[in-house]
Design a protein around this ligand. Sequence first.
Ligand code: MG
Length: 172
Amino acid sequence: MLYIFDADGTLCDRQSGELLPDVAEKIATLPSDSILTICTNQGGVGLRYWMEKDGFGEPKKYPTESQVKNQYRRIAKQIGAQRVYLSFAYQSKTSGKWGPVPNDSLITPRERDTIWSPEWRKPAPGMLLAALADHNCDKSDAVFIGDSDEDQEAAANAGIKFVHADEFFERR
Ligand SMILES: [Mg+2]
């Protein structure tokens, strides 16, 4: 079984970034042949880039690419996840406009089609489909665990089962 987890609010605390206290115990109960991955929207990276490029807002309030990569690599290590999928694409909540993507001198064509692509930002299914493909997994053998409407929609868009984090980790 391929377990795909959202990160913030599902595996880790939104404010502190620390692993939530009930996560390790539940994950230890999963069958030993389980494959664990993480799919997380990190649009703050895209927003920071937009602010720095166009000179507005407070970019320092948002994380850098390497801060985000280090944070979720650490979480992945703590739960024994094989891979982390990140989405840096940022969409304005007010205008619906997508932020700029770094040009070809800064990112690879592959990064443009994945980590910086709107197709990878949940509720689009790109990250989830990549996790399935990378692990050669049938949709019927995968489940996405998340805590938001966009997670639920992403699972539906990818055609895989969704389980809410509260249910999976038996919270509340
Ligand atoms: Mg979440």
